[in-house]
Design a protein around this ligand. Structure first.
Ligand code: HEM
Length: 377
């Protein structure tokens, strides 16, 4: 999926190079990661991800960000875009609900067929999952995505409007959590690599070792074992997660009276019901843990293992990020394939300035780049 998405982006980069134009790579990365997550979740095509999905989803996200800072926007129908927001939400909800219902029909029929094949009984209501977690109906040969797995886990009789609503909202959470963050990590990593010839050379060398020279974007990817060789590339991604703390803080509600104790022994009482803001960014910028915290130094992640609770881009413990492994795997393949094929140059000198109002942390003025195909690629 990542490779196909890179191939689509490469086409656009080639066209821009030919036309001698620059591109804002952040927006391109957003489309790329949206395509990947939409395919992984619901088998949407790139056109579907870029079409209905991106067209209504992205404006909803932008309005959501504005409402975080100005919650009163929700109550102001006279604001431009207020009605469009409601309309977009309705279109998105109907769109995802339609996909879920259509898929359930397919699964129901598959279950009927499978039940008919095994014992001649077709109730269409049994659970599709197996005890060992494997796909229940491999003989049907259909590619299965995350939505299939979710629907397979429904117990008999659980299907209905409430289930559809819950699955719809979970799919929306996955799409939101799963594309903006990865896009931002890729964006910052590329920005830092463009600023350091040495680091870029190391990432390119690693890419050539794993993928070879002039890798065609349609060739089969190397084995998972070989992809593990992209260690320095992964360290660069991790260092971007640390330096830019894409999700700078998370909030938790204290479910019982709690006392926490600082290293020096000072105690703090937190009453049940309090909201606790956990400042991830604060941890990532502590000089006693991360010397010279504002220096981009991927070697931090190549040396000693990272101490527990000092690197928290995905949070640790219950409710941590479900997509962290997917995200790092997807992103290291994307970054490595891109630098293998292109030399990147930064156009705007203000690209390093983060937008203080957005989560995930993104560049305030975008990252405008030009590319040059590496010779022979
Ligand atoms: C660089 C990439 C990513 C970063 C930095 C990131 C970060 C986080 C963080 C900090 C949380 C906890 C939020 C909170 O509790 O307030 C979270 C939750 C979550 N993430 Fe990610 N994430 C990334 C990629 C992804 C991807 C690719 C997916 C989906 C495939 C994903 C799915 C989720 C989901 C579903 C949750 C909610 C988990 C729950 O509440 O139980 N994330 N993520």
């Amino acid at each position: 999926m990542s490779q196909r998405a890179v191939a689509r982006l490469a086409k656009r980069l080639d066209e821009a190079e030919e036309a001698n134009e620059s591109m804002e790579i952040g927006e391109e990365m957003r489309h790329l990661t949206l395509q990947v997550i939409s395919e992984a979740l619901m088998s949407l095509t790139a056109e579907e991800a870029d079409g209905t999905f991106a067209k209504v989803y992205m404006p909803i996200v932008v309005e959501g960000h504005m409402r975080t800072w100005n919650p009163l926007r929700r109550f102001c129908p006279l604001l431009p875009g207020w009605w469009a927001h409601i309309k977009n939400q309705r279109i998105l909800n109907d769109y995802i609900t339609g996909i879920i219902r259509a898929r359930w029909e397919i699964i129901r029929k598959e279950r009927d067929q499978a039940a008919g094949a095994t014992n001649g009984v077709a109730d269409g209501n049994g659970s599709g999952g197996t005890a060992d977690g494997k796909d229940s109906y491999p003989h049907l040969g259909r590619k299965r995505d995350i939505l299939d797995k979710v629907l397979d886990s429904l117990e008999p009789g659980e299907w209905g409007s409430a289930a559809v609503l819950q699955i719809r909202d979970e799919m929306k959470t996955f799409v939101l959590a799963g594309h903006e963050t990865s896009a931002s990590m890729l964006n910052w990593s590329l920005f830092e690599l463009m600023g350091s010839k040495d680091l870029m050379a190391k990432v390119v060398a690693e890419s050539e070792q794993v993928f070879g020279h002039a890798v065609p974007l349609t060739a089969p990817l190397p084995s998972a074992e070989k992809l593990r060789g992209l260690q320095f590339t992964e360290a660069c991604l991790r260092e971007s997660l640390r330096k830019y703390s894409l999700v700078p803080l998370v909030v938790r509600r204290c479910v019982e009276d709690t006392t926490i104790c600082e290293e020096g022994g000072t105690e703090h009482f937190i009453p049940k019901g309090c909201s606790v803001h956990l400042l991830i960014k604060g941890v990532h910028e502590r000089p006693d843990i991360w010397p010279e915290p504002m220096r981009y130094n991927p070697d931090r992640f190549m040396e000693t293992p990272v101490a527990p609770y000092t690197f928290l881009p995905f949070i640790d413990g219950p409710r941590n990020c479900l997509g962290q492994h997917l995200s790092l795997l997807e992103s290291k393949v994307v970054l490595s394939l891109l630098v293998n094929r292109y030399e990147f140059s930064l156009v705007n000198s203000n690209a390093g300035e983060p937008n203080a109002w957005m989560i995930p942390t993104i560049p305030k003025y975008g990252t405008h780049i030009t590319t040059k195909r590496r010779s022979g690629r």
